[in-house]
Design a protein around this ligand. Structure first.
Ligand code: SAM
Length: 327
């Protein structure tokens, strides 16, 4: 069985939030007015059950751990090794999205669990600016952890959210750094989420960013797979790549294969789902009822829209904060 929505889109990629907690308070993400999240977490028994059912019975072939910040989950060590054992038994791909602050110390455990690819958020390559955006002085440690992960042979992609008044002035330098140092840096369009203070003027459309970068770099578009969210470019003679995740100005919903389970165990068919489209998986997880669990997910998937609303429309309704969804 493969999970399908009404449009016939097969869904075989799970983004699983381990916690809503985060150790950064990024200006564009953290709810305006401070901490509004009272974290609740699925137990590892529930997480392992969900992963097993989705892989064994619903054809999920890839699970990405995210959050909040997945590496601040308190009982991570034991859970990761159990997930690693399940991965070895069932053979799915395991990946992680992190802000990298605790990456260095977790790297050996991540490798033991079989994680071979990481997305690391780096919104500025300038230490002062990084601190101003995230409210934590952590850039050198994040870049060192990226280097260690690369040295260990992991595939690392760097993600940079671009805001006009925050870091647009850095994109040229960051692109040059990535292209020349052999890294893959993806620029993400700024999205509206509950209480993140979104304003259209802060969004830098990818077309504008691409034109700006093309003025200084020879960029050639690379072929993308049908589920890709990023449009990637190489520059002849340079080892790196840059990409654009243009969630707001270019729809890639047609190829969506993503399932999302939030930190507190709710299933969301889309990052921008409306409240009525979400379903609470905890009753079926607590009962270890695989049929009810899959039926709940299918019921929610049946409500999945062909695409999401415009950023202006999204900004007028309160979606959950990003850290309560799982990015
Ligand atoms: N803590 C991890 C991290 O920093 O990568 C995982 C969770 S975080 C919510 C996942 C990604 O979502 C990060 O790359 C972050 O920059 C991005 N993100 C958060 N809020 C966003 C927003 N309003 N617009 C665009 N990207 C956003």
């Amino acid at each position: 069985m493969v999970l399908m929505d009404r449009l016939g889109r097969p869904h075989d990629y799970l983004r699983l939030s381990l916690t809503e907690r985060c150790n950064l308070a990024c200006a564009y993400c953290h709810p305006v007015g401070g901490e509004q999240i009272v974290p609740e977490e699925l137990t590892w028994d529930e997480i392992l059950f969900a992963a097993r059912v989705l892989v064994e019975r619903a054809g999920v072939r890839k699970i990405r751990l995210t959050g909040g910040e997945p590496l601040v989950r308190r009982d991570l060590s034991g859970g990761l090794s159990r997930l690693g054992a399940l991965r070895r038994e069932l053979g799915f791909e395991l990946a992680l999205t992190t802000n990298g602050v605790h990456l260095s110390s977790w790297l050996p455990a991540l490798e033991r669990a079989g994680i071979r690819s990481l997305n690391v958020s780096v919104d500025s390559l300038n230490a002062q600016r990084f601190k101003a955006i995230t409210r934590v002085d952590a850039l050198p440690g994040v870049l060192e952890a990226v280097r260690q992960a690369e040295e260990a042979g992991l595939k690392v992609r760097l993600n940079m959210v671009v805001l006009r008044d925050m870091n647009l002035d850095e994109v040229d330098g960051a692109a040059a750094w990535a292209l020349e140092s052999g890294r893959h840096l993806r620029f993400i369009e700024y999205m509206p989420f509950g209480s993140n203070g979104w304003r259209s003027g802060r969004l830098v459309p990818y077309g504008e960013l691409l034109a700006r970068l093309q003025a200084n770099h020879r960029l050639e578009a690379l072929a993308a797979d049908p589920h890709a969210v990023s449009m990637d470019y190489a520059s002849p003679g340079k080892p790196g790549r840059i990409g654009f995740i243009a969630s707001m100005t270019r729809s890639f919903c047609g190829g969506c294969n993503r399932l999302r389970i939030t930190g507190r165990g709710r299933f969301r068919p889309c990052l921008f789902s409306k409240p009525g489209e979400e379903v609470d998986l905890r009753p079926s997880l607590a009962a270890r009822d695989a049929d009810a669990f899959l039926a709940a997910i299918q019921g929610s998937l049946d409500l999945k829209s062909p695409g999401h609303e415009s950023p202006q429309d999204l900004a007028t309704r309160m979606t959950r904060p990003m850290q309560a969804i799982g990015g």
